[in-house]
Design a protein around this ligand. Sequence first.
Ligand code: ATP
Ligand code: MG
Length: 433
Amino acid sequence: MENRTYTADAEPGDHVTVAGWVHEIRDLGGIAFLILRDKSGKIQIKFEKDEMDEDLVETGLGVHRESVISVTGDVEEEERAPTGVEMLPESIDVLNEADAELPLDPSGKVEAELSTRLDNRTLDLRKEEVKAVFEIRAEMLRSVREYFRDIACTEINTPKIVATGTEGGTELFPITYFGEEAFMNQSPQLFKQLMVGSGLERVFEIGPIFRAEEHNTPRHLNEATSIDFEAAFTDHQEAMDVCEGAVKAAYRGIAENCERELEALGFEDFEVPEEDFPRLSYEEAIERVNATGELDTQLVYGDDLSTEAEKALGQDVGGHYFVTDWPSEIKPFYIKDHEDDESLSTGFDLMHPRLELVSGGQREHRYDELIEGFKQQGLDPDAFEYYTKMFKYGMPPHAGFGLGAERLLMTILGLENIREAVLFPRDRQRLSP
Ligand code: ATP
Ligand code: MG
């Protein structure tokens, strides 16, 4: 729209046209106020009924809430106005009138259930604190991208329609691809690994992953966004350094660039983790969980860390931490075992006190061992020939990780449910919108 001024840029003495949504109309009798909202904020528009054109007053005050209008007029200083300025309208254009009845109250005065909010996401995102989540999400991804670019990584995009899944199993969504069975990819794992043997060497991808998991939890989506990193001549320790760097970069970017959004979300001070994330071995983690006395049944070596165990350990550690040196059989076949102890994997998880954020590790780059790994996992190596054969033509040692973007956002902002960290969640019940 030509000559449109954002409400936040309207200064006393300006003659402007603002455009946005009718947030509220307050009629006090002789005087009335219309609050107009746009991406940048809000502005008060004053109607002095006796002194203004009747039609103008009628148009301005007769319009339903959430209608889209544009208003032209002078901006004046007004101490009593919420933003310290107000506009005196000369003309008003109703661009699209909203229904009188709304399925959701964007002013937030009437609270709505999450499912109502998700069904009406457009209206939901007119709320300052909901919009803030997605402005922060954008900044989080920008900061992470910048971090990876600074450490010489190339951003890639790998196929999401694939012939075989990364780890096989029942977690794949099948689709029909020109009459053939295909799947939605559950992870860019194999493709990003192929790139470390290419001329690109160091890559990252921010893209969708699809998991046909049946569970319905506050931390699982069936379509999520994964922040993936993979680099040649890198071991698991270096991959953990990068992982820690990426997470801290996200916090820092938000702290520096999202002051207004953090305020809208009620943050009084927003803490950027500065300390090194401790690296606990799996064995230490098990002992530490058991020592908390929080679990009904003590863990034994070889158990995966249950949700309860993660919670107890998170409370005990009190911040982000890595779990390293997992028993090999718990971790996927493409993760390398320690050279001096084959019962231990180089796989690692980065944990937030609330939940798992990352899985990573050093990868198996030796052809024979890789084929053996497929067989042990019960997968047919022939089905993965496009992947395995490249390991015969010069595949360097490499490592990497996958970081869930929605989980990162929900832990940074303390969101209760992962569905709040994604615009249009896909879960067991939700395929639309
Ligand atoms: P979990 O055990 O918590 O279900 P996972 O170990 O199956 O996760 P990975 O395959 O290790 O997950 O994926 C790497 C990262 O991707 C996870 O640490 C998590 O941050 C994210 N992620 C994986 N699955 C999901 C999902 N269904 N919804 C949201 N994020 C996910
Ligand atoms: Mg994992």
